[in-house]
Design a protein. Structure first.
Length: 282
């Protein structure tokens, strides 16, 4: 009797063949890193990469972000052809830039453009963390500055979505100079009475968080976004204290007055439309 039971058990204890594994196309499914739910990637994309189970915000590419904001057919990209050089002759830097161009189909870590958001004109810049971790080099600073100047010239609001690991070490002081350069451009926008809306996404750190990302007339963030300057471990070692578990999250910054609001991605376009309408001058 035990022998019969074991035979029956063995019949159902099968291991999927390599052929069966290959029948599932790569990229068809996505597992949420927060709640471990497995979902169709196509459905996740339709939901703007927000997990339907737990609300976790997956990363978006710059062009996907633009598509989620601008009215169909109104987006015009600015300065697409700008690419970084290697002014400090940093070893392998050019090879790494070319590798990122091939992997991301981007020329740099930011995309800028203008168009209509529910009928309201705006200039928008979106950083993409897939390219050199969204680090701020000379081209990133220049494209932001030019986008701000475009907003001034056309009397349009400027909206920035930041996602960055900070200054780009391969460009040294030239990268750090972009903090002052972009801040000066935004000051000029402010003097002209222009509107700047800053939205910090995961992650926004280093020199980016310490400069243009924090200078908005409205400073927003997506839920659970990591936002800060120095790393958690460095801060704890410096002050010799344990930090709260939610330290450097969007919710922590909101609670302590550094953000105006934490906005879920699915509410972003509607919220921006209300603000653009409120500030619109006929």
């Amino acid at each position: 009797m035990l022998k019969d039971f074991l035979k029956k058990k063995k019949r159902y204890a099968t291991i999927p063949s390599e052929r069966a594994k290959q029948e599932v196309p790569e990229g068809l499914m996505t597992k949420c890193p927060a709640c471990r739910t497995i979902m169709y990637t196509k459905e996740l994309k339709k939901n703007l990469y927000v997990c339907d189970t737990c609300g976790h915000h997956h990363r978006m590419t710059a062009y996907e972000r633009m598509d989620s904001l601008f009215d169909t057919g109104t987006f015009v990209e600015l300065d697409k052809g700008m690419i970084s050089k290697n002014p400090l002759d940093f070893p392998t830097y050019e090879e790494k830039l070319e590798s990122d161009r091939q992997k991301t189909d981007l020329n740099e870590a930011i995309v800028t453009g203008e168009g209509l958001i529910n009928g309201f004109g705006a200039v928008v810049a979106v950083m993409d963390s897939r390219f050199r971790m969204g680090s701020m080099g000379s081209v990133v600073g220049e494209k932001i500055t030019r986008a701000v100047e475009q907003a001034i010239e056309k009397n349009m609001p400027f909206i920035l979505f930041s996602a960055s690991g900070g200054a780009r070490m391969q460009e040294g002081v030239l990268s750090l100079m972009q903090m002052a350069k972009t801040s000066a451009a935004l000051q000029k926008l402010n003097h002209q009475g222009g509107l700047f809306i800053s939205i910090m996404t995961h992650p926004t750190t280093g020199g980016v968080s310490a400069s243009f990302a924090s200078l908005g007339d409205y400073n927003f963030a997506e839920p659970k976004a990591l936002i800060g300057f120095a790393g958690r471990r460095i801060i704890e070692q410096t002050i010799r204290q344990d930090l709260p578990d939610d330290f450097q999250t969007a919710e922590f910054l909101l609670k302590h007055g550094q953000l105006d609001r934490v906005i879920p991605r699915l509410e972003m376009k509607e919220t921006l439309t209300k603000i653009l309408d409120m500030h619109h001058v006929s």
